[in-house]
Design a binder for this molecule. Structure first.
Ligand code: ZN
Length: 505
C-alpha cells in the first residue's frame, strides 16, 4: 500500500481527475508482482546492453559546469520520461560518479552494474504509462572513464569533446542510449571566460558572471543520444544565415594551425551544401546548422545533429567539401530518420556516401554511375570487401568500408532498376515518411517498392544481403559496369576516400 500511495501523490499533482482513479487503484490489492525491473538493454542484438527497457525519454535538460584545465565535469541532468511498463526499477547508461538521484521528487536509491549501467530504484514503483521526472546529480573526469576498454571522450589541450558513434553520452550525461529513444535537449554549460561551449541546435543565450560564462543551447527536434555533442575549448565562432533562412553557427579551434584555412574553406560552405542537398532530400529539417572542428587527434567526422563534428586531420590535404556533404546528408539520412537497430546502418552510411557521389556529379568530377562502376570493378570477387553485407553487417563491420561503398553501389543499382523518376521520388519522400522517427532496411525496401510499383526483393538480396560479389549477369541487369573496358578512377575518388575514416573508434 505505501508503494501505491507514492504513485497517488505524484498523480494528484499532474491530473486533477486522478483522485478518483487513485482510489480505485487503492481498492485493488496492490500486486507487487506486476512491477519488474526495466531491461538493462533496449533489445538491440548488436549491442545488447545499449539503451534500457521500460521507459521512453522525451526531454533532457543538462545543466553542466566544466573546467577545461582539469577535465572536471559536474552536472544536473533532468530527464522527462514516460513509463512503458510497471517498473520496480530502471537503468540509465552512464559512467561518471552520481551523488544523488530523485524520481518524481523523491530520493531514489541507485547502484552501478555492467559496463555502463546506473540502476535506479525509485522510492515508489512506477505504473505503466505515467510521466516520470528523473534528476541525476553527478561529477567526474570524463577522460578517466572507459567502457569496454575505450573512450569516446576526447581530451584536448584546451578542454574536451564528446562525439562518437554508436556511443558518446555515457561520458557526459545519463541517458537511454539508443537511437530508438529520441528526445529534445536543453544543454546549458558553464565554462571559464575565454573558453566556449559548443553543442547542438540554437544558441539561446550566453551570460557572464565572476569569470564564468554560461552557454545555453537548445535542440528542439527529436535527437538520438549519440547525436548529442558537447565541446569545450578555445574556439573562433562564425555566424551566418543560409539563403533559405537557417542560422549557421560554426566553431573552429584556435589551434588548427596549418589546417585552419582548409577547414574553414570547407565548413563555411555548410549553408550552400545544405541548400543543395534539400533539392534531393526535401526541406532541411531543423532550425539550426553548422559544424565544429575541435583540437582533436581523431580522424573521423560525425553527423552530430544540426552541427557535425569534424577532425582537423580531415583537412590536412586541403579543403574537402565532400566530407561536409556526407555529414549534412546524414541530417536527413540518420538524424531525421534514425536506425531502428544498429543493423540498419546502411540507411545512414550508404545514403551519406551516395550524396557524396551526387556532389561529385554536381562538381563534374565523375558521375554516380562512374563511381558505382569503379567500386564494382576495383574489388575482385575474392576481396573480403564482398563478404560484408551492408544490409546487416554485424557489429564488428558496422562501419566497414563496404557499408559505405558497396552500400552506395547498391543504391545506384536500385536507381538503375526503378529509373530516375521513381528513384528521386524515393530519395526525397523517405525522410518525410519517417520524419523524426526510426526505420529499418526492410521499411526502406517496402517504401521503394510502394513508390516504384516493383518487387525489389531479389535486387536488395543481391546487393545488400549476399556475402559475395554480385555476378556479372546481376550487374549487367542492374546496369553496373556494363562497358567492356575497366572503368577509370573518377576524379573525385581520392577526396571521397579521404573521408573514409568516418566513424571508427
Ligand atoms: Zn557517415
Amino acid at each position: 500500500m505505501p508503494l501505491r500511495l507514492g504513485a497517488f501523490v505524484h498523480r494528484r499533482i499532474i491530473a486533477p481527475g486522478a483522485l478518483a482513479a487513485a482510489s480505485v487503484l487503492l481498492a485493488i490489492p496492490a500486486s507487487a508482482a506486476s512491477y519488474s525491473p526495466g531491461a538493462p538493454g533496449i533489445g538491440d542484438p548488436y549491442y545488447p546492453a545499449y539503451g534500457n527497457g521500460g521507459y521512453d525519454v522525451s526531454h533532457y535538460d543538462l545543466r553542466l559546469k566544466y573546467q577545461p584545465a582539469t577535465d572536471e565535469l559536474e552536472g544536473t541532468a533532468t530527464l522527462l520520461a514516460r513509463t512503458t511498463q510497471d517498473l520496480s526499477r530502471f537503468d540509465l547508461d552512464f559512467l561518471l560518479e552520481v551523488s544523488e538521484v530523485r524520481v518524481n521528487g523523491a530520493k531514489a536509491s541507485f547502484t552501478t552494474s555492467g559496463e555502463h549501467e546506473l540502476e535506479i530504484t525509485p522510492k515508489s514503483p512506477l505504473p505503466k504509462g505515467t510521466s516520470v521526472t528523473v534528476v541525476v546529480r553527478y561529477s567526474g573526469v570524463p577522460s578517466s572513464k572507459q567502457a569496454y576498454g575505450f573512450t569516446s571522450w576526447h581530451r584536448t589541450p584546451d578542454g574536451g569533446v564528446g562525439a562518437n558513434e554508436p556511443e558518446s553520452a555515457w561520458w557526459w550525461f545519463p541517458s537511454n542510449d539508443h537511437p530508438l529513444d529520441k528526445a529534445t535537449y536543453d544543454v546549458s554549460v558553464l565554462v571559464p571566460d575565454g573558453s566556449q561551449a559548443i553543442s547542438n541546435g540554437t544558441l539561446q543565450s550566453t551570460s557572464s558572471r565572476l569569470g564564468w560564462t554560461r552557454w545555453n543551447w537548445r535542440s528542439d527536434k527529436p535527437q538520438a543520444t549519440y547525436l548529442a555533442t558537447l565541446a569545450v575549448g578555445k574556439f573562433d565562432i562564425t555566424t551566418g544565415t543560409t539563403e533559405s533562412g537557417i542560422p549557421v553557427i560554426n566553431a573552429y579551434s584556435k589551434d588548427l594551425g596549418a589546417n585552419d584555412g582548409a577547414a574553414r574553406a570547407s565548413i563555411e560552405r555548410t549553408g550552400e551544401v545544405a541548400d543543395w542537398l534539400s533539392e534531393y532530400f526535401g526541406p532541411y529539417p531543423y532550425n539550426a546548422l553548422g559544424g565544429y572542428v575541435p583540437d582533436t587527434t581523431t580522424g573521423y567526422a560525425l553527423e552530430t545533429q544540426t552541427r557535425p563534428y569534424y577532425s582537423p586531420r580531415q583537412f590536412a590535404n586541403g579543403s574537402n567539401v565532400s566530407v561536409v556533404v556526407h555529414e549534412l546528408a546524414h541530417q536527413w539520412y540518420g538524424d531525421l530518420v534514425s536506425v531502428s537497430g544498429w543493423k540498419d546502418i546502411w540507411i545512414n552510411e550508404g545514403f551519406a556516401r551516395y550524396a557524396q557521389w551526387l556532389w561529385s556529379e554536381h562538381e563534374d568530377e565523375g558521375t554516380a554511375q562512374e563511381l558505382a562502376d569503379y567500386v564494382y570493378d576495383s574489388h575482385p570477387a575474392d576481396d573480403p570487401f564482398w563478404t560484408v553485407k551492408p544490409g546487416d553487417p554485424g557489429p564488428e563491420n558496422q562501419f566497414d568500408i563496404a557499408v559505405y561503398d558497396r552500400g552506395a553501389l547498391a543504391i545506384q543499382a536500385l536507381r538503375n532498376e526503378i529509373g530516375d523518376d521513381a528513384f528521386f521520388a524515393v530519395l526525397k519522400g523517405w525522410p518525410q515518411k519517417y520524419a523524426y522517427g526510426n526505420a529499418s532496411v526492410a521499411d526502406f525496401q517496402k517504401y521503394a517498392e510502394d513508390v516504384s510499383g516493383q518487387s525489389l526483393s531479389a535486387l536488395f538480396d543481391t546487393w545488400l544481403f549476399q556475402p559475395t560479389k554480385p555476378a556479372a549477369p546481376a550487374a549487367r541487369a542492374a546496369s553496373i559496369a556494363k562497358a567492356s573496358a575497366a572503368p577509370q578512377q573518377p576524379k573525385s575518388w581520392k577526396k571521397i576516400a579521404a573521408t573514409n575514416e568516418v566513424h571508427a573508434h
